[in-house]
Design a protein around this ligand. Structure first.
Ligand code: ADP
Ligand code: MG
Length: 696
């Protein structure tokens, strides 16, 4: 076997390993549990735990952990060793079925919003057997969901699994209507493309803003940015290539199918894309990928920045969320197909998505709302904060002909009769040309491009699955009772297109005129996190999540509070970091440079009154003026922060951050960036954009 196939999945307790190591009966039972989602009985759990332990110890593991995804958006783990002391002073290595299926971490230190009162700090983690256990850094990691004892989801995985169940249930009803009685389960698939920046560790460590916040809070533009467009797909530098090679190996060992790697548009920016997989596994893998990118980078003297906007004036980083839905029999329901029946099923799915996205723009928008992503959405690089769907001109005109019962012009002048006609050929590869759309159909999947690079992709997928499940449910209710299936189907799709076509937009999403047009179409434009998040607690949205069994009202309210607080906390840290850097680093450095200038002027005058001091004097004047501005802005930011700290309502605090703290931060940055340009480089206290972006 070649080296890659040999190492692939070696650190994963995957199906192949289970088959080899579990008694046949146990394996069968476990497989059934995985497929049916039934709870694991303790006898099976004991047998699986034993085999897992033996395997993990052979691989050098000494500890195990329940690996989970609390509301912080990063993963959490608490390591327990396998050792169990005996009376004779020795230990044995033990790992029981109980320890495999359930853990009890202290939940009180994880964010839980309003649930604090109800669950009294007690939570438990439960194995998600659909996601394989794996070994990371000598620790056996068991992917788990995290709940309170009263059953509240305290993590991002539980609602994700629930949303997958919701869409499974409704999509099964739909495919049955098209005669697919053999289909037993339907799962959504996800391929997240991950962008990140790499900077030299030595420079990183000299910047408090990068250390504390993951992004630069000060920094004038370098003489060169991304205008030469020479980085995108450019040759990968050997240091970076070495990092990527090791990264790929680490990911492959964990069964993560890292597939493509390339340089992105901005200097020092890169992308990694995996082969897609079932959504909950892809989410686990993306969380791991983010962690491993950071870890491997350090080994190469680099630091990976996953922040959405590490550098002002340079493209930010996103995470394209490629979404589709497939049956266990291997049919991708977003594949247009070849027969009238396949086409009809495809068009119905497409209609459900159009309806869901239009009706729930708010939920999709807020699913990607974070302090970091606010820098991207709407800036001239990422899709705008307005949700719209790109279908391409050909597919759009096919839909128009269905909507209006008019012939499809490009094709053979045929009327599209759903269930009877074959879809005219539309060039699938032309659908991916538009890179400015936030939600684009790309042939057999949708690419949601709004998520930020640091986001847990659980969030957007919970929303997508839930809103589409709800649309499918409405369709299934109608179609199951239809007297004439084909006619009802035709009308249903027609009606959807009529009511929701405003969401389809094939033009340039970066163009200012789109903002105006979107407004005229009545589309939402929620510019910031603070504008978007309150939509999560609208009564109709709470009803939707309860109807689909994805989140309860209490869970939604708690998530709302957690996310608003997170926003405020992030900006508070950023603002405090700015104050610190300005006060302790920037202003004192400037004063040294000023002194140098003033001393020089005096010194020159003492030598001869006729020596010109034009540069020294004008620079001193310019710097003094900027310094005054910086000082004023600093005082304002400090007093605004004091006011923020006195607000004890989380909604008012978040709004204050948006309206006062952010403008005050901008006001401080401006003179400081000007000062950077005016000051000799040896006086500037930390590495500049030029070094960070081109220094590798
Ligand atoms: P690009 O967007 O860079 O042109 P592709 O469109 O080929 O590249 O694929 C991007 C991502 O979409 C990859 O991670 C790929 O695995 C994923 N993808 C492809 N098919 C599906 C699918 N059916 N469901 C989910 N993701 C998919
Ligand atoms: Mg893509």
């Amino acid at each position: 076997m070649d080296k890659v196939s040999e190492m692939y999945g070696t650190n994963v307790f995957n199906e192949k390993t289970m088959k080899e190591r579990l008694p046949k009966e146990t394996f069968k039972e476990l497989e059934k549990t995985i497929q049916d989602g039934k709870p694991l009985n303790i006898k099976i759990a004991n047998a699986v735990a034993h085999a897992m332990k033996v395997w993990a110890i052979e691989k050098g593991a000494t500890h195990f952990t329940h690996w989970f995804q609390p509301m912080t958006g990063v993963t959490a783990e608490k390591h327990d060793s396998f050792i169990e002391p005996r009376n004779d002073g020795t230990v044995i290595m033990s790992f029981s079925g109980k320890e495999l299926i359930k853990g009890e971490p202290d939940a009180s230190s994880f964010p839980n919003g309003g649930l604090r009162a109800t669950f009294e700090a007690r939570g438990y983690t439960a194995w998600d057997p659909t996601s394989y256990a794996f070994i990371k850094d000598g620790v056996l990691c068991i992917p788990t969901a995290f709940c309170s004892y009263t059953g509240f989801a305290l993590d991002k995985k539980t609602p994700l699994l629930r949303s997958m169940e919701a869409i499974n249930k409704q999509a099964l009803r739909i495919v049955k209507l098209f005669g697919h009685d053999d289909v037993k389960s339907i799962k959504t698939t996800l391929g997240p493309e991950q962008e990140y920046f790499l900077v030299d560790k030595e420079y990183y460590e000299q910047r408090k803003d990068l250390i504390y916040t993951g992004r630069t809070l000060f920094g004038a533009m370098a003489p060169k940015n991304q205008e030469m467009e020479d980085h995108y797909f450019g040759t990968i530098k050997s240091r970076v290539q070495k990092f990527m090679n090791e990264l790929n190996e680490e990911l492959w060992k964990l069964g993560i199918s890292a597939k493509t790697e390339h340089n992105e548009v901005a200097p020092a920016q890169h992308e990694l894309a995996p082969v897609f997989s079932t959504t909950n596994i892809a989410v686990d893998h993306n969380q791991l990928t983010m962690e491993i990118i950071q870890r491997v980078a350090k080994k190469h003297g680099l630091v990976a920045l996953l922040h959405e906007k590490p550098f002002e004036g340079i493209n930010g980083s996103g995470k394209h969320n490629n979404w589709s839905i497939s049956t266990d029999t291997g049919i991708n329901l977003l594949e247009p197909g070849e027969t009238p029946s396949e086409n009809a099923q495809f068009l119905l799915m497409l209609a459900a998505i159009i309806k869901a996205v239009d009706e729930h723009q708010d939920l999709l928008r807020l699913s990607v709302a974070t302090a970091g992503n606010d820098h991207r959405l709407g800036a001239n690089e990422a899709p705008p904060a307005i949700i719209s769907i790109f279908l391409g001109d050909e597919l759009t005109s096919i839909l128009e002909s269905i909507e209006n019962d008019t012939p499809y012009i490009e094709g053979e002048h045929e009327y599209m009769r759903i269930g009877a006609s074959v879809l005219p050929n539309f060039q699938k590869d032309t659908t991916d040309r538009n890179r400015t759309s936030p939600f684009a159909f790309t042939g057999n999947k949708f690419e949601f491009r709004m998520p930020g690079s640091a986001l847990s992709v659980a969030q957007p997928n919970i929303m997508l699955n839930t809103v589409i499940a709800d649309a499918l449910q409405e369709y299934a209710d109608i179609l199951e009772n239809a007297e004439d299936f084909d006619t009802t189907l035709h009308q249903l799709i027609q009606e959807t297109l009529r009511n929701h076509k405003r969401i389809i937009f094939n033009g340039n999403g970066y163009d200012d005129s789109w903002i105006e047009e979107a407004k005229a179409r009545g589309l939402l434009n929620l510019k910031t996190t603070v504008d978007a998040l309150p939509y999560s607690i609208l009564p109709e949205n709470i009803e939707l999540f309860e109807r689909q069994g994805v989140l309860s009202k209490d869970e939604i309210l708690s998530r709302y509070e957690i996310m608003m607080e997170e926003y405020t906390k992030i900006l508070n840290i950023e603002a405090l970091t700015m104050v610190d850097m300005a006060k302790k680093q920037i202003l004192p450095s400037i004063i040294r440079f000023e002194k140098e200038l003033a001393d020089t002027i005096l010194l020159k005058a003492s030598v001869s009154q006729s020596l010109p001091v034009g540069y020294e004097a004008s620079t001193l004047e310019a710097i003094s003026n900027e310094l005054e501005q910086a000082n004023e802005a600093l005082l304002t930011l400090q007093s605004d922060l004091d006011k923020l700290h006195a607000i004890d309502n989380f909604e008012l605090a978040a709004a204050y951050v948006r309206d006062r703290i952010i403008p005050a931060m901008d006001a401080l940055r401006k003179p400081c960036d000007k000062l950077e340009m005016l000051t000799g480089s040896e006086y500037w206290p930390f590495p500049t954009y030029g070094k960070l972006l081109f220094g590798i």
